[in-house]
Design a protein around this ligand. Structure first.
Ligand code: FES
Ligand code: FES
Length: 168
């Protein structure tokens, strides 16, 4: 039987920086980020995989970090909300959330944005209904859903315009 108190080495790349820590196997990725690395942009809501507040990217895919044990993903590349922008600029999805008033209290927002960034890569953005369906793992108690979908549609439309500009 695994001894949950025995630490083992864990190496992860988070927002482009390598981190190594000795961790007990019971530490979730969410608790590693928030409690040990001070990356508190990723939020803890339910801690049971139901609200999406803790969404981050692991090797480019969105995951609920409260459901993943840090030691189970050795050498993974993690992106959190803190690592999304670059060179002092917001990521287009972050900007779109501001432009479209896509939040109220903001607690769910980091998870919504990380999920939305992954959604674009997944390509499930053809209609508002499709966006709504594929964002359904991220709950917003303030009910900012219409603004969230508007924000995602804004980025989709920017991407289409950029591609059209490149092709012209
Ligand atoms: S805190 Fe992870 S899904 Fe709610
Ligand atoms: S903005 Fe408050 S929970 Fe979503």
């Amino acid at each position: 039987m695994t001894d949950l108190s025995v630490a083992s080495p864990c190496r992860l790349k988070i927002n482009g920086k390598s981190h190594t820590a000795d961790l007990p196997p019971c530490v979730t990725l969410l608790d590693l980020l928030r409690e040990r690395l001070d990356l508190t942009g990723t939020k803890k809501g339910c801690d049971h995989g139901q609200c999406g507040a803790c969404t981050v990217l692991v090797n480019g895919k969105r995951v609920k970090s409260c459901l993943i044990l840090a030691v189970s993903i050795p050498d993974a590349e993690i992106t959190t909300i803190e690592g999304l922008g670059s060179d002092g600029h917001l990521h287009p999805m972050q900007q779109a959330f501001i432009d479209r008033d896509a939040f109220q209290c903001g607690y769910c927002t980091p998870g919504q944005i990380m999920s939305a960034v992954a959604l674009l890569e997944e390509g499930h953005v053809r209609t508002r209904e499709e966006i709504r369906e594929f964002m359904s793992g991220n709950l917003c108690r303030c009910g900012a859903y219409n603004g969230i979908i508007d924000a995602i549609e804004q980025v989709v439309s920017q991407q289409l315009q950029n591609r059209a500009g490149e092709a012209a």
